[in-house]
Design a protein around this ligand. Structure first.
Ligand code: G3P
Length: 217
């Protein structure tokens, strides 16, 4: 499963990219607002840090407006994935952009039927929001499993990008289902490395090593 980070904070992206485990980045208008920076400038900087796909969202709601914004956004770098909402106009835009060879991430997906439509529109990525789905009393992971089944039934290439990830359990469940990608905030990605028994074990080993009086090299 590919790991994307869901942030527009370039310091965090740089730091996580150094692990060699970061495959891409997702942003949205709320994350751009949080970063407090110019949209095109910050996305350009992110594209230079991470060679993998970087999602940048258009904000127009009509097809022509989306296309106009997408023209600007896709010129930023070769690794841009234009993010469009799951609406009729969004999917029209998706069809047109992917036909031209541009990566498209269809966002705000909450049903398996929406995911089916996005795949039929040629989406590179479909972003089901598991956390927000859980928030309103539905199982985000059941949605991922349904999409996996449908995509496998028909051999769709669209990658399932599990979004709105809130905790490490979302990540492991997505991996068990066979999602292609997950995107999570930096804090959740950092949590994945951690276990108290790992920390305790390191401490115990180092304490015993110190007692040997030895050094390596
Ligand atoms: O980028 C889309 C998604 O990951 C947003 O997550 O936590 O705002 O529901 P959240």
């Amino acid at each position: 499963m590919k790991f994307f980070v869901d942030t527009a904070d370039t310091a965090e992206i740089r730091d996580l990219a150094e692990t060699g485990l970061l495959d891409g980045v997702t942003t949205n208008p709320s994350l751009i607002h949080k970063a407090g920076r110019d949209f095109l400038e910050v996305v350009k900087e992110i594209c230079a840090i991470v060679p993998g796909p970087v999602s940048a969202e258009v904000v127009a709601l009509d097809h022509d407006g989306m296309m106009r914004e997408a023209e600007i956004v896709r010129k930023i770098a070769d690794n841009i994935a234009v993010k469009v909402p799951l609406t009729i106009d969004g999917l029209k835009t998706c069809r047109k952009l992917t036909a031209d060879g541009t990566m498209v991430n269809v966002t705000l997906c909450f049903t398996a039927n929406q995911a089916l439509l996005a795949a039929k529109a040629g989406a590179t990525f479909i972003s089901p929001f598991v956390g927000r789905h859980d928030d309103v009393g539905f199982s985000g992971m059941d949605l991922i499993a349904d999409i996996r089944t449908i995509y496998d039934n028909y051999g769709f290439d669209t990658q399932i990008l599990v979004a709105s990830v809130r905790n490490p359990i979302h990540v492991v469940e997505a991996a068990k289902i066979g999602a292609d990608v997950m995107t999570a905030p930096p804090s959740v990605i950092r949590q994945l490395f951690k276990h108290p028994l790992t920390d305790n074990g390191i401490k115990a080993f180092l304490d015993d090593w110190a007692k040997t009086g030895q050094a390596i090299g």
